[in-house]
Design a protein around this ligand. Sequence first.
Ligand code: G16
Ligand code: MG
Length: 584
Amino acid sequence: MIASLDALTQQKVDTWLSGNYDAETKSKIQQLLDEGKETELTDSFYKDLEFGTGGMRGEMGVGSNRMNKYTVGSATQGFANYLKANFSGESISVAIAHDSRNNAAYFAQVAADIFSANGIKVYLFKELRPTPELSFAVRYLGCNAGLVITASHNPREYNGYKAYWNDGSQVVAPHDKNIVAEVNKIQSVDEINFSGNPDLITSIGEEIDAEYLKTIQSNSINPDVITRQKDLKIVYSSIHGTGITLVPKALKLLGFEDVNVVEAQAEPNGDFPTVIYPNPEETEAMTLAMNLAKEIDADLVIATDPDADRVGAAVKNPAGEWVLLNGNQMASLIIYYLLDAWKKAGKLTGKEFIAKTIVTTNIIDKMCETQGVKCYNTLTGFKFIAAVIRELEGKEKFIGGGEESYGYLIGDAVRDKDAIASCAMIAELTAYAKDNGKSLFDFLTSMYMENNFYYEGLISLTKKGKAGAEEIQKMMADLRSNVPATVAGSEPVTVIDYTNLTSTDLKSGAITNIPTGLGMEASNVIQLVLADGTKVSARPSGTEPKIKFYVSVNEPLEKAEDFDAVLAKLKQKVSAIQEDLGLK
Ligand SMILES: O=P([O-])(O)O[C@H]1O[C@H](COP(=O)(O)O)[C@@H](O)[C@H](O)[C@H]1O
Ligand SMILES: [Mg+2]
């Protein structure tokens, strides 16, 4: 059966079949047509891959909405055209890295060829490397831009394109939109210069590693503690990704001598054979590491995603059971430690700041307020945290930042979430706790006792393809037009709608405008704040076909022994909210 397609999809399919695309691509398209694969063809061609929260991301395959040589090609040609227009008359350079995904090295080479064919100097990491190291390299080498071929923690069939600007941050306005405009100007595959100029491509590796590791070492606050606790038993998994190239080295450099790598996941492999999703947010991705930790009675478990910008962690609770810490908890713990250390060192002058995203726990805002440190809230995406650092450069001092999706940053030498630096800091934190006769879990408990127990739940609903995208838009629209009168017994008091950047006080009807800048611009996000301090946020994911609901509840925690009871109460509340919002 021959597939019958809508006009736009058919037109694109025809262009790919008649244009200057390779024979294999054409035969795959023809096969889909012959087999009547309408949905697959529509999803592959109905639009062009777009830049989202973390660059361009999509399943690998043929079509304008898939990751392949041609979509990587047009993105890179457009990026090159924009760089040439923006830095006209300058000698332009770009750093490129890739992770362990299938085709990642190939796409990195395709991009290197296109940039160099356009007269742009390329520093190409000769082997897989972590995303944060690329951010560091852009700054260190004084590049105008950067690129990482990775789909981060997405499933194995995905790949992606993270684009960086000269400050080492992923591109934000106006450059993101300007690059896209340049990409859209490309009318034909013939405008992409795939030819390559090897004279302009320099291979990089160990020399950047050494400099990057030095900056990670310089983040260390209590090296003496590490010296005393050098036997802290750490289990580390790179989940078949890039973390293996640097995390064990970083821990060793700091002085940790008992680092136990999960061998079955140490080999970089784009099929991620031991996990369903290579995402430390998923419990199953942490299983092998947890098993090893139990076997050797470790003090800490850490695991990084394929491009090593996210890190998951687990610690033992007082009952001796291993518990996973989520991104909100870890971001809070790191910031709790940093704020305390800066205070003790007398380094808080009133000009320091923390940055986090609007969907990340408000315990961080509370801790900052207590210490007299500013806390900036940005849109979701570490690039917005980086934008705040850039805007405040020379005026205020960045201490650190974090977000719920397992991303943290310490200091400003890197401008993206950094799992290498975070692994080092989490190990130091655990060593510090141990040095004080405590565990990281005890630290968490103390933090909650001082600031309230904040518990966050994330509900992600996957809705794939064109139909899924439409359903997500409808769910967002419904939430906007039908703000519930009560949610789990508490009344909404404020609605914040980031599409028009307004905050509405539901009692008085007063509307306040949210200023743009400092990591804030219009975005499809809605937040409800309830009378009891609960916060519910909803937004479509910008990296995966999902709609995400973030629920944050809190209660006082009087005694450490009450931990489990309060946690149970908070969990029940999140569950009731989920029920009320029809998400069950
Ligand atoms: O995927 P990563 O680790 O590169 O991370 C990127 O995507 C995450 C998920 O975004 P979304 O909710 O839009 O899917 C964001 O939280 C993160 O800031 C961004 O850097
Ligand atoms: Mg990642």
